[in-house]
Structures are given as structure tokens and as C-alpha cells.
Design a protein around this ligand. Structure first.
Ligand code: SF4
Ligand code: SF4
Length: 156
């Protein structure tokens, strides 16, 4: 992540003082807590539209580091990867975990205490068990038919 280019307004941190579409690129990138939950394979219930997360990571997810192994080129490498933007967050946030910082801000909610912008520690998300670091498998190792057996609750 780059440094935050714009100082917060007064004592109010930027994520509380600015709307998502007013954030600088660095501020936008800094909002990501690094949980990796959005990089898990998701299944949508055909009957009621419910989104189910699995413990299976995208083929580009570096499971040990809990980050995309080719973030810069992710759109080209993985066409299914949804690139979050201020313009599409309202439309796709229901696909994001409830803890996702972008979803929280879009819904007018505060960042959690374990978020690195709040606590100053990027590893806290992992220590608090809020990330998918070390999850079970990557997409290429799990046949599609077995994905339902990998459904997990990521918002506990
Ligand atoms: S779910 Fe949200 S906060 Fe977590 S890695 Fe994805 S974009 Fe970042
Ligand atoms: S391409 Fe990268 S950012 Fe996109 S879902 Fe896969 S691991 Fe995550």
C-alpha cells in the first residue's frame, strides 16, 4: 500500500470524513483490510439468491500470504475477479463479506477495532481470525461438484 496522500480533515480520519468517491487512490487502496475473504469462491443459491462462501480460494490467491499473487494484472489474469470501485460498490457489496471495509463504509458503518487503519497493525486482521490466511484449498484443487461441501461461515 502507498502512503495516504491527503491528510484527514481535522481529527476525523479520512474514511469518516470523505465519501468513497472522494477518496484518493492511495486512500481507497488503504481501506482494504487484507482479509482475503472476497477472494474465496462463492456460490449463489439459485432459489433465494443467498451468497455462500467456501473455504476455497481463487487460483491467484496466495494462501500463505493472504493476498493476490498478481494484483496488478488480476483483471487480465482472472476475468471473474470483480475490481471494486466507488462506482460499483453499491451494486456488488452484497457479494462482499459483512466485515469488508468497503461494504462497511458504503453502509455508513464504522471500521472494526482490528482494522489496520484503526489499530495501526496490518497483522491484527490475521491474529483476530478475521482473514482467510491459511485456508484449506485453492480452486484448481477442488472439483466444482465438491464446492458445496466447502461452504463456510465467514462472518462469525
Ligand atoms: S473483503 Fe474487502 S477488505 Fe477484505 S480483502 Fe476483500 S476488498 Fe479487502
Ligand atoms: S484475482 Fe486476485 S484479487 Fe481477484 S479474486 Fe483472485 S486472488 Fe482475489
Amino acid at each position: 500500500m502507498g502512503k495516504i496522500s491527503d491528510p484527514p480533515t481535522g481529527d476525523t480520519p479520512f474514511w469518516e470524513s470523505k465519501s468513497l468517491d472522494a477518496l484518493s487512490r492511495d486512500e481507497w487502496e488503504a481501506l482494504c483490510d487484507g482479509c482475503g475473504k472476497c477472494c474465496l469462491v462463492k456460490l449463489e443459491d439459485e432459489d433465494d439468491g443467498t451468497i455462500h462462501y467456501t473455504d476455497v480460494g481463487c487460483a491467484l490467491l496466495d494462501i500463505a500470504a493472504c493476498r493476490c499473487s498478481d494484483y496488478t494484472n488480476r483483471a487480465e489474469r482472472m476475468p471473474d475477479c470483480v475490481i471494486l470501485t466507488p462506482e460499483n460498490i453499491g451494486e456488488v457489496k452484497h457479494w462482499m463479506p459483512q466485515s469488508c471495509a468497503y461494504r462497511l463504509i458504503a453502509e455508513g458503518k464504522p471500521l472494526p477495532a482490528w482494522h489496520h487503519l484503526v489499530c495501526g497493525d496490518r497483522q491484527m486482521v490475521h491474529r483476530r481470525g478475521k482473514s482467510v490466511i491459511g485456508i484449506a484449498a485453492i480452486e484448481s484443487e477442488v472439483p466444482e461438484a465438491e464446492l458445496p461441501a466447502h461452504i463456510i461461515d465467514i462472518d462469525d
